[in-house]
Write a protein that binds this ligand. Structure first.
Ligand code: NAD
Length: 295
């Protein structure tokens, strides 16, 4: 992709909004779309760009999706009938980049369907959360053709600093789910240690300092415990139900490859129980509160 391009961006949520803002700030012409009309209006007011619609879809060379899950990505791109979605309105040779945390097997199938329509596809899920989406320092895990990645590297580098080619289509999504399994398991271990420490009489903040200066430190202990859990702001911007979706993707992947997750099985069960007592607005750092009560 040349330095400046016409980019469609579908999904202006907690992550998509700041990511699209970075794409626009780099001088690209951005065409935005979201199910929530207010997000589109706010984006155009704050960052410029135009609406991604029937009249502008043909003009973009790349479409980025940043949506909750595979089902929604497929509906948006293919339509309920498999052929009336946005993909059918794009120019031939355009590239679709799914940056959502989607299901790897479905992404592989989607890549083939789009190829049959004359389009190119990369899966490029991200890690780093809202803060790094805002600063443009995400890790981007790419599945798909490596030459295509090189063509789109400039665009991706407006949003991320570590851009890793993982393997063929779907590999980025597989790696993302596995990363989030490790992250979610680490979060549970950290929260359990804090709860036990508290019952023993060690202040959770002191225990957090212990972890952060010792071998138990993690992204949770360094960037979530004091900031979002102990402060009770629970405002990381990553929903508990989205994290749970990722864990179930990792679990399905373990079944698909025939490797039994042992600790993973109880981890997924715990997050599924927490998701059942949550709403879509519940932040994943509320696991601190939820695990204090017995699930
Ligand atoms: P979000 O719920 O904040 O945003 C999703 C956006 O998609 C919303 O603006 C919603 O209106 C829009 N949307 C839903 N259905 C739509 C449709 N049919 N057509 C158009 N727009 C539609 O979610 P998020 O936190 O931004 O996460 C997006 C993806 O990124 C998810 O797959 C998530 O797992 C992943 N992710 C999130 C984080 C995080 O910290 N929040 C970090 C890494 C990856």
């Amino acid at each position: 992709m040349s330095e400046q391009a016409k980019v469609g961006f579908i999904g202006l949520g907690m992550m998509g909004y700041p990511m699209a803002a970075r794409v626009a700030a780099a001088g690209n012409e951005v065409f935005v779309q979201d199910a929530d009309e207010n997000r589109i209006k706010q984006f155009i007011e704050e960052h410029g760009g135009k609406r991604f619609d029937e009249s502008t879809a043909k003009s973009v060379s790349v479409v980025i999706t940043m949506l909750p899950n595979s089902k929604i990505v497929e509906t948006v791109l293919l339509g309920g009938d498999g052929k009336s979605g946005w993909a059918s309105k794009l120019s031939k040779e355009s590239t679709v980049i799914d940056m959502s945390s989607s299901e790897p097997a479905r992404s592989r199938d989607l890549a083939q369907l789009l190829k049959n329509m004359g389009l190119q596809y990369l899966d490029a899920p991200v890690s780093g959360g809202v803060a790094r989406a805002v600063s443009g320092k995400l890790a981007i895990l790419v599945g798909g053709d490596s030459d295509l990645l090189e063509r789109e590297r400039g665009l991706l580098s407006t949003m991320g600093t570590a851009i890793l080619h993982i393997g063929p289509a779907g590999a980025g999504h597989a790696a993302k789910a596995l990363n989030n399994y490790v992250s979610a398991a680490g979060l549970v271990a950290t929260v359990e240690a804090l709860q036990i420490a508290k019952k023993f009489g060690i202040e959770p903040a002191v225990m957090t300092d212990v972890l952060n200066s010792s071998s138990g430190r993690s992204n949770t202990s360094e960037n979530k415990v004091k900031q979002f859990m102990l402060s009770e702001s629970f405002g990381s911007g990553f929903a508990l139900q989205l994290m749970t979706k990722d864990l179930n993707i990792a679990f399905a992947l373990s079944e698909a490859v025939g490797y039994e997750m042992q600790m993973g099985a109880s981890c997924v069960e715990l997050w599924n129980k927490a998701a059942a007592v949550s709403t879509p607005a519940t932040d994943h750092t509320e696991m601190y509160r939820i695990l204090a009560e017995k699930l």
